[in-house]
Unconditional design. Sequence first.
Length: 232
Amino acid sequence: MPHATAAWLIENTGLTFPQIAEFCGLHMLEVQAIADETASTRFTPRDPVRAHELTQDEIRKGEANPDYALKIAKGNEPARRTKGPRYTPVSKRQDKPDGIAWILRNHPEITDGAIGRLIGTTRTTIAAIRDRSHWNISNIQPKDPVTLGLCSQRELDAIVVKAAKKAGLEAPSDTRLDGARAALIEELRRERDDAHRLEDEALEAPEPSAPAPAATTAPYDARAEADKLFER
């Protein structure tokens, strides 16, 4: 809010117009119009000190030296969350038990901690579903967490491979598309063979003979006919 900040600096500090204009990113004529109250809009002053954009020490430096360029204060960076369960939208949280039950049934080698990080749940919930003491166990139906949108296929595969390796098992391979893949390969091979056969037939076919030239009638020669009559 550069105009509102400029209005506060004009009213509450002894900074020059060029200093205020440079700090707020405005033209000096805009600052002059705000000071003279000739601007088209009247702005409510905004305190940059309370907004942690400017310090009193910085203002005093600017007031003492008209050529000093104010420096904006660097606020504290927001804390970044690096640990804890993943966030799950409210609309999908009711599907978590179904996804947990699917993993427990199909991949018992995955630890509770890995399931908690993947689905975004607690060990207590996982244990309750495993021993069927969950309050809603009668309505829980194992469903693929990827289909439910609780995680991606890549994330699930990575956890399965890691758990299988740790348990000394062979990681299962996804064979759901083997039949479709084989059918596609066979169809492509058949199309390739058909194309080669048509090409060979076209090369072996005899070339069509050129049509015989049409018979032409000799032009009538009057002198030759006269000579023939004379000889007779």
